[in-house]
Design a protein around this ligand. Structure first.
Ligand code: NAP
Length: 276
């Protein structure tokens, strides 16, 4: 088994994920895995970084596919005996003018952004080594989505005692409510992407709390962060930041030194802790 440190970035064949891998290849003292659901797109991205003189490694990962997540888990366990850095970056968003029915958008978006990310965490967090760093990419959009929720939902999402099961039930309820066209009446905002990122944010709070309760001595730091508005296929060419600039805050959190005991369980944007 290798004693080399290892970092994994989900959804890193393009956009912010690719830029995170680029920065980690330059700054992380270990192996960096570029992952992609499509091996062809992944290998092309690896070749692009190799042309820049960098040496990322590749592993297939489709966060919608539990078998794919478990194959990566088993590989990491066997080759490295665990994981030092995990960046949950993979995500999707329908375009504003997309005419796909809202209920379908809700199901598809939640499937990847919330349930997929959660499945990665369920399988890979137990592998995190002492002083490990976990970064969940959310969006400031989730704050405005939260303000669009009913008082009752806001209270639940702000709760310091909400459990992962309760959160999963709420996210599943959102999808069901859109199918029955009652999401408005049930207090949900009109944004599937926003709700999915509320889910990621609250999940991060829960996971940080569990790490405090169960693995305090391991000094693992887990945070959610917003990369800003970044020029990628998702956000389009008018966004203000380049992908490399968008990668700065996730990389800062992924590389928090072993002497750091904060931030943990926070929402970070432009390297600054923001209120939830
Ligand atoms: P992007 O250019 O569209 O890249 C998204 C990446 O996620 C792609 O590599 C995509 O792979 C991958 N992905 C999607 N579904 C996946 C799945 N099931 N399994 C594995 N990988 C999957 O978007 P981006 O702008 O870089 O976004 C990266 C993250 O930042 C997302 O979580 C997004 O919500 C968040 N974010 C972005 C902005 C922004 O302004 N761009 C702002 C706030 C937050 P394929 O190539 O195979 O589709």
């Amino acid at each position: 088994m290798s004693s080399v440190q290892v970092a994994v970035v989900t959804g890193s064949n393009k956009g912010i994920g690719l830029a995170i891998v680029r920065a980690l290849c330059k700054q992380f003292p270990g192996d960096v895995y570029l992952t992609s659901r499509d091996p062809g797109r992944g290998q092309a991205a690896v070749a692009q970084l190799q042309q820049e003189g960098l040496r990322p490694l590749f592993h297939q990962l489709d966060i919608d596919d539990l078998q794919s997540i478990r194959a990566l888990r088993d590989f990491l366990k066997e080759k490295y005996g665990g994981l030092n850095v995990l960046v949950n970056n993979a995500g999707i968003a329908f375009k504003v003018h997309d005419t796909t029915p809202f209920a379908v958008q809700a199901e598809v978006t939640l499937k990847t952004n919330f349930f997929g990310t959660r499945n990665v965490c369920t399988e890979l967090l137990p592998l995190m080594k002492p002083y490990g760093r976990v970064v969940n990419v959310y969006s400031m959009v989730s704050s405005s989505a939260l303000r669009g929720c009913s008082q009752e939902l806001q209270q639940k999402f702000h709760s310091d005692t909400i459990t992962e099961d309760e959160l999963v039930q709420l996210m599943a309820k959102f999808v069901e409510d859109t199918k029955r066209n009652v999401h408005d009446k049930e207090g949900w905002p009109n944004t599937a992407y926003g709700v999915s990122k509320i889910g990621v944010t609250v999940l991060s709070r829960i996971q940080a709390r569990l790490l405090n309760e169960q693995r305090k001595g391991d000094h693992i730091l887990l945070n959610a962060c917003c990369p800003g508005w970044v020029r990628t296929d998702m956000a389009g060419p008018k966004a203000t930041k380049s992908p490399d600039e968008g990668a700065e805050t996730p990389v800062y959190l992924a590389l928090l030194p072993s002497s750091a005991d904060a931030p943990h369980g926070q929402f970070v944007s432009d390297k600054t802790v923001k209120p939830w």
